[in-house]
Design a binder for this molecule. Structure first.
Ligand code: GDP
Ligand code: MG
Length: 710
C-alpha cells in the first residue's frame, strides 16, 4: 500500500455497518494495526475499483459526532481536525448511514460535510427499510444535502456495492470536484456575538471561512477536550492555551446564563438545521416510528428491573457453561499436540542443551500460549454476538448505576465475569469501555477473579487437607472452602476497584449518553473476522512476551547442570531450587517451605504448574492421575524438627489464599502491557497483587496459629 493510492475514509456511527462495507470493498486485502500509542484498531485495506485504479480504504472507529467523548471519538475528532488543516487529507469520505435511523445518523454526516472533502453517503441497511415496505428517495436526499452522491445499499445482502465503487471512481478521477454543502446551521445573532471572542481567536490561527470558524468555536464550547485537541493540532503555546481556556469558560458561562446549555449548543443548532432541511420533503414514504417501537417493546423486557438481570445471568451462565464444555476438548488436543511435538523433537535431535531449550523452553512456551486460545476464541465469539446484536448496550445500561458505585462501568460486567474462565479474554474485552479510567480499573482488578487455572491448586489443597465433613447439616466443608476462595477474590476485586477509583485521574469523563442501537442480526463474516483478529492479536503480541518468559523460566529450572553425568539432575539443584531456598526465610511466616517456594516461582508460567512442580519435587511418578500420588506425598511430609506433619489444613488455607491474590500468570501481564501500551500498569498490578497475597497469607497463617489452629 504505497502513499500514492488515493485514501478514502469510511466514517459512521457505531453499528452502522462500516466494517461490513469495508470488508466488501477490500475483500481479504486488509491490514489491522493499532493507532499509534493506543489500542484502538486501525484497519486499512486496498480496494480495486478498476483494473488500473485502486484506492486505500481506512475504516475509522465508530462515532456519533466529531465532538470528542470516548477514546474512539477522540481519534476520529483528531484525524478530522488534521484534515481540516490540510494534513493527510483523504480524497473522499464515505459516510455510512443506517437508513433506518436517518436523521440521527445524518448528524455526523452533516459535521463531516463541513471538512471540505467530497462526501459519498452509503445509505446502508436498506434491506431493513425495504422489508417494512418503505423507501428512501436517495436522489432527493443528495440534492437536499449537497453531498457528492447518496448510494442506497445493503452490506448484508451485498447489493449497492458496485454503485458505491463507481461513485468512488467518479470522485477520484474527476479533476476539479466541487465540494459544497447545501445545509448550514443558523447561528442566532445573539449567540454569534457571545461566541465571537473565541471565533476571533480561532480566526487568527485559521484560514477557514466564518462559518467553519464558528463551528469550531461551538465545538470548543461544548467540550474542553475539543479545546485540547485543537491546541494540539495547532501547536498553541502554553499562554495561548491558557487564554483560549479562559475565553471558553467565560463564553460557556454566558451561554448558560441565557438559559441555554453550552454542552448541547451545537447539537441543538445542528438538529434544528437537519429538521428544517428534511421537513418539507417526503423522503420516506412511511414513518420511522414503527421500527423504533418494536425495539422499545423488546427493551421493556430485556431491561426490566428484575427480569432483565435474570435474563442476563441466564445468558452468562449459558456462555460460561459452553466455554467450559467446548474449550476442554480443543485444549486437550492442543495439550497433546504440543506434547507430541515435544516427544517428536526429543527423538529427532540428539540430547543436549539446544534440544532442551527447544522442547522444554520454546515448545512448552508455545503450548502455554495456544492453550488459552480456545477459551479466548469462544468468549470473543459470544461477546461479539452480544455486541453486534445491540444487547450489550442494554446490559451496560442496566448495570451502570450499580457498577458506578465502585468506579466501574456497566460495560465492565461482562469482562469481569469472563475472569472466572480466564482473565485474558476478559482484559481484551474491556476495549468496549469508552472511559479510559473505568477501563483501566476493570483491567487492574480483573486478575483477582479466580480463573480456571487456580482450580487445580484449590482442588489439590482442599482434597488433601480440608476434611470432607458436613457443616450446618446441608453444606460440606470442602465445597464451602472452594466457594470461599471464589468469594474472596470477587469481593476483593470490588473493594480494590472502589479504592483505586479515587486515585486514578480521569482522562476525559464519559457521560452515559449511550444510544440504544436497534436490535440486529449479526453478520457471520464480520463476526468471524473479528474473532480471528482478536485471536491473532493475542497469539502474536502476547506470544512474544510469554515466549521470552518461558525461556527464562526454563533456564532457571534446568541450570546449572550437574558436573558429572553420573549425578542425576533434579529441579531442587537448579537456580529455581536455589531461589526457593533463598526465599524460604521470607515465606516461612506464611507457613511455606522452600518446595512451595519453587512452586511459587514456576507458577509464574501458569498457576496450575504449581501442581506438577510439587509432583516433580516429591518425585511422584507421573502416572496420569497425579493428584492422588501427590496428595499422599504432601500428607506424609514430616517436619524434621517437630516430627509432626509439615502441611496442615492451615498451611493449605494459606497457600490457597496466596493463590487467590498472587500475580502469577505471565500471559495476563503480557496482555495488560499490550492493552495499556506500557509496562507501568502490569508492574503496578504485579506489586499490588503480590503484596495482597503476602499479607493475606500472613494474616491467615499467623492469625490461625494465634487462634490455636494448626
Ligand atoms: P460498524 O460498527 O459500523 O463497523 O458496523 P458492523 O459492520 O460491525 O455492523 C454492525 C451490525 O450490523 C452487524 O451485526 C452487521 O451484521 C449488521 N449489518 C451491517 N450491514 C448491514 C445491512 O446492510 N443490513 C443489515 N440488516 N444489517 C447489516
Ligand atoms: Mg466496525
Amino acid at each position: 500500500m504505497d502513499n500514492k493510492t488515493p485514501l478514502i475514509a469510511l466514517m459512521g456511527n457505531p453499528n452502522s455497518g462500516k466494517t461490513a462495507i469495508f470488508n466488501l470493498l477490500t475483500g481479504m486485502n486488509q491490514k489491522v494495526s493499532n493507532y499509534p500509542g493506543i489500542t484502538v484498531e486501525q484497519r486499512r485495506g486496498n480496494a480495486q475499483l478498476t483494473d488500473t485504479c485502486a484506492v486505500q480504504i481506512m475504516d475509522m472507529p465508530g462515532t456519533y459526532s466529531l465532538t470528542p467523548e470516548s477514546l474512539d471519538e477522540k481519534i476520529v475528532a483528531q484525524q478530522t481536525l488534521k484534515w481540516l488543516n490540510g494534513i493527510d487529507r483523504p480524497a473522499a469520505i464515505i459516510s455510512v448511514v443506517d437508513a433506518g435511523n436517518l436523521s440521527r445518523n445524518l448528524y455526523l454526516t452533516s459535521q463531516v460535510m463541513e471538512l471540505g472533502i467530497p462526501v459519498i453517503i452509503a445509505l446502508n441497511m436498506m434491506d431493513r427499510v425495504k422489508k417494512k415496505n418503505q423507501n428512501i428517495d436517495s436522489k432527493e436526499l443528495q440534492k437536499i444535502l449537497g453531498v457528492h452522491a447518496v448510494v442506497p445499499m445493503s452490506a448484508r445482502e451485498k447489493w449497492g456495492i458496485n454503485e458505491l465503487q463507481s461513485e468512488l471512481l467518479n470522485v477520484i478521477t474527476k479533476a476539479n470536484i466541487e465540494v459544497s454543502t447545501h445545509i448550514q446551521m443558523e447561528i442566532p445573532k445573539e449567540i454569534e456575538k457571545i461566541i465571537s471572542p473565541i471565533s476571533e481567536f480561532l480566526y487568527d490561527k485559521n484560514n477557514h471561512d466564518n462559518y467553519i470558524t464558528n463551528v469550531q468555536a461551538l465545538r470548543i464550547i461544548t467540550r474542553k477536550s475539543a479545546l485540547e485537541l485543537y491546541s494540539e493540532c495547532k501547536n498553541l503555546t502554553g499562554a495561548e492555551i491558557k487564554s483560549l481556556t479562559l475565553l471558553r469558560d467565560n463564553v460557556a458561562h454566558e451561554i448558560d446564563e441565557l438559559g441555554l446549555n453550552h454542552r448541547i449548543l451545537e447539537a441543538t443548532l445542528r438538529f434544528e438545521m437537519l429538521d428544517n432541511a428534511l421537513k418539507d420533503h417526503t423522503l420516506i414514504n412511511q414513518s420511522e416510528i414503527k421500527n423504533q417501537s418494536r425495539s422499545e417493546r423488546v427493551d421493556k423486557i430485556l431491561t426490566h428491573k428484575w427480569v432483565g438481570p435474570l435474563i442476563f445471568i441466564t445468558l452468562l451462565y449459558g456462555i460460561f457453561q459452553s466455554i467450559f464444555t467446548w474449550a476442554t476438548i480443543p485444549m486437550q488436543y492442543i495439550d497433546s499436540a504440543v506434547g507430541y511435538l515435544g516427544n517428536y523433537c526429543v527423538q529427532l535431535f540428539s540430547p543436549g542443551i539446544l534440544r532442551d531449550l527447544l522442547v522444554e523452553g520454546i515448545i512448552s512456551g508455545v503450548g502455554a500460549i495456544l492453550i488459552f486460545l480456545p477459551q479466548i476464541l469462544i468468549l470473543m465469539f459470544f461477546m461479539t454476538i452480544l455486541e453486534d446484536t445491540g444487547y450489550m448496550a442494554r446490559v451496560a445500561f442496566m448495570m451502570d448505576k450499580l457498577m458506578n458505585k465502585i468506579g466501574l462501568h456497566g460495560k465492565s460486567v461482562l469482562p469481569l465475569m469472563s475472569g472466572y474462565a480466564c482473565a485474558i479474554p476478559g482484559i481484551m474485552a474491556t476495549r468496549t469501555i469508552d472511559s479510559w479510567k473505568e477501563r483501566l480499573i476493570t483491567i487492574i482488578v480483573l486478575p483477582l477473579i479466580s480463573c480456571s487455572a487456580r482450580l487445580p491448586v484449590y482442588t489439590l489443597m482442599i482434597g488433601a487437607f480440608i476434611p470432607n465433613k458436613p457443616i450446618l447439616g446441608f453444606l460440606n466443608l470442602q465445597g464451602l472452602t472452594m466457594v470461599l476462595m471464589y468469594f474472596l477474590g470477587t469481593v476483593t476485586a470490588m473493594v480494590i476497584a472502589a479504592i483505586i477509583s479515587r486515585f486514578i485521574e480521569e482522562k476525559g469523563k464519559s457521560s452515559f449518553v449511550m444510544e440504544m442501537p436497534p436490535y440486529r442480526m449479526p453478520l457471520a463474516v464480520s463476526l468471524f473476522r473479528q474473532v480471528y483478529t482478536r485471536g491473532k492479536l493475542f497469539v502474536i503480541n502476547a506470544g512474544k512476551i510469554i515466549m521470552a518468559i518461558s525461556i527464562v523460566l526454563w533456564f532457571l529450572a534446568s541450570f546449572p547442570k550437574p558436573d558429572s553425568d553420573e549425578e542425576s539432575f533434579s529441579i531442587q539443584n537448579s537456580y529455581a531450587g536455589k531461589i526457593g531456598h533463598a526465599i524460604e526465610p521470607v515465606i516461612a511466616p506464611l507457613g511455606f517451605d522452600w518446595k512451595i517456594g519453587v512452586g511459587l516461582i514456576t507458577s509464574f508460567a501458569a498457576r496450575e504448574v504449581m501442581v506438577s512442580t510439587l509432583a516433580t519435587l516429591y518425585n511422584v511418578e507421573d502416572e496420569g492421575d497425579d493428584f492422588v500420588g501427590i496428595t499422599e506425598a504432601l500428607k506424609n511430609e514430616v517436619n524434621p524438627l517437630t516430627g509432626l506433619p509439615k502441611y496442615t489444613p492451615l498451611v493449605a488455607l494459606s497457600i490457597m489464599v496466596f493463590y487467590v491474590y498472587a500475580a502469577q500468570c505471565m500471559a495476563t501481564f503480557a496482555i495488560v502491557k499490550n492493552e495499556t501500551n506500557s509496562w507501568k500498569w502490569p508492574l503496578i498490578m504485579i506489586v499490588y497483587m503480590t503484596g495482597l497475597a503476602y499479607i493475606g497469607s500472613l494474616l491467615v497463617y499467623q492469625g490461625g496459629q494465634m487462634l490455636g489452629f494448626t
